[in-house]
Ligand binder design. Structure first.
Ligand code: NAD
Length: 394
């Protein structure tokens, strides 16, 4: 079939297998070109390993440090008539590249929130790796089914306490208009914490610990975003921010669990960038488009793989990690520089539909969005027939 992007609102409903493989190759090449580090992981479990930050974590561990990786994700397989989700193609391409490079890689396609997925992962670790010394928790999901009660909770992206009105870019129509979001109810706040908070990270670490598959000195990290004034009302100080605060509580609890193996749990604060999850958050596409413009001009722009390279080097595997007062690794340091935020804030009120391409890097934003699904690679002929079906070992 001919595979061209089918964008509906803030998602793209199809993906290009070869384009996704090209994305993987680009990230692998970036990581391989970085200076070799002395210390790094050996056996790694990545939960949420197929796209965005989790995928970059897996690539960094495998191709930067030669680590053996077990990846878990929730992705749609292809049929003859319909393409797979991008994360599915990414994972096939990752496994192929790992196998060519002689690197162990195994993947599980399932619901990370379930007891079953945890048991499957533990069995795979026991079978192939013995123990793991790094667990990356990089899930982004709109809902979670509690594995004990069977109840399904949905998260919301809403302000807390009062409604919030701000300029919003509709990436479908390229219209810019004020958008008002009503505040979340107490139940919606609690549900968002249930989905995106630290409970499942804790369940994972307890299950792995009880199964005896955590190596002495095992590290675990979960990802968060904090941002600054412009995004606080919809992120940092909103429902998702509440859920992310819960990660700090979970990190403390997990540190207790890990004390028996001398391990440590940290939250890592990463920068805002285009992923399938961030494009769904109101305000974010416009914020990221302006941020990209400013950071590219400053020469400090980073994508997922650059952030992960730094997280391993400046956070996880150094004697002098870049930590804040609550023991979070801070990789958002460049985004939050006052001079960067001041410039973003100065541009924000002046953006209109007419000057969108001039004042912001919406062009870059949109190209990166399409790239998430394997589109826009100069090396790929998108008019050529492509089979949506690929061979997967998971
Ligand atoms: P993403 O949408 O690209 O990736 C989400 C991953 O979670 C995918 O691998 C997906 O398959 C997996 N997943 C979702 N539901 C699952 C389930 N039920 N079972 C198993 N796997 C499941 O998202 P992302 O932007 O890379 O986000 C990853 C983490 O990084 C999140 O915690 C997010 O809050 C955080 N973060 C994102 C940004 C950003 O700007 N994108 C910034 C800082 C921190």
């Amino acid at each position: 079939m001919i595979i061209k992007p089918k964008v509906r609102g803030f998602i793209c409903t199809n993906a290009h297998p070869e384009g996704c493989a090209a994305n993987i190759q680009e990230q692998i090449e970036y990581i391989k070109a970085q200076p070799k580090a002395d210390k790094g992981p050996v056996n790694v479990l990545v939960i949420g390993a197929s796209t965005g930050y989790g995928l970059a974590s897996r690539i960094t561990a495998a191709f930067g440090y030669g680590a053996r990786t077990l990846g878990l994700f929730f992705e749609k397989p292809p049929t003859e008539k319909r393409t797979a989700s991008a994360g599915y193609y990414n994972s096939v391409a990752f496994e192929n590249a790992a196998s060519e490079a002689g690197l162990y890689a195994r993947s599980i396609n399932g619901d990370a929130f379930s007891h079953e997925a945890k048991q499957q992962a533990i069995a795979a670790i026991k079978e192939d790796l013995g123990k793991v010394d790094l667990v990356v928790y990089s899930l982004a999901s709109p809902r979670r089914t509690d594995p004990d009660t069977g109840e399904t909770y949905s998260s919301v992206l809403k302000p807390i306490g009062q409604s919030y009105t701000a300029k919003n870019l509709n990436t479908d129509t390229l219209k810019i208009a004020d958008m008002t979001i009503e505040p979340a109810s107490d139940e919606e706040i609690a549900n968002t914490v249930k989905v995106m908070g630290g409970e499942d990270w804790e369940l994972w670490m307890s299950a792995l610990s009880e199964a005896g598959v955590l190596e002495q000195g095992c590290k675990t990290v979960a990802y968060t975003y904090i941002g600054d004034k412009l995004t606080w009302p919809i992120y940092g100080k909103a429902t998702i921010g509440k859920a992310k605060e819960d990660l700090d509580r979970a990190a403390k609890a997990i540190n207790e669990t890990l004390s028996s193996v001398g391990g440590e749990a940290n939250v890592a604060v990463l920068k805002a960038l285009v992923t399938q999850s961030s494009s769904a958050i109101p305000i974010m596409p416009l914020y990221i488009s302006i941020l990209y413009k400013v950071m590219k001009e400053e020469g400090t722009h980073e994508g997922c793989i650059e952030q992960l390279d730094r997280l391993f080097r400046e956070g996880l595997y150094t004697e002098t990690p870049r930590l804040d007062e609550v023991q979070r690794f801070r990789m958002d340091n460049l985004e939050l520089l006052p001079e960067i935020q001041d410039k973003v804030e100065a541009i924000w009120p002046n953006v209109t539909e007419e000057n969108l391409y001039e004042l912001t890097d919406y062009k870059g934003y949109n190209a990166e969005f399409l790239k998430l699904f394997g589109f826009g690679h100069a090396s790929i002929d998108y008019d050529a027939d492509a089979s949506p079906v690929v061979d997967a070992k998971f």
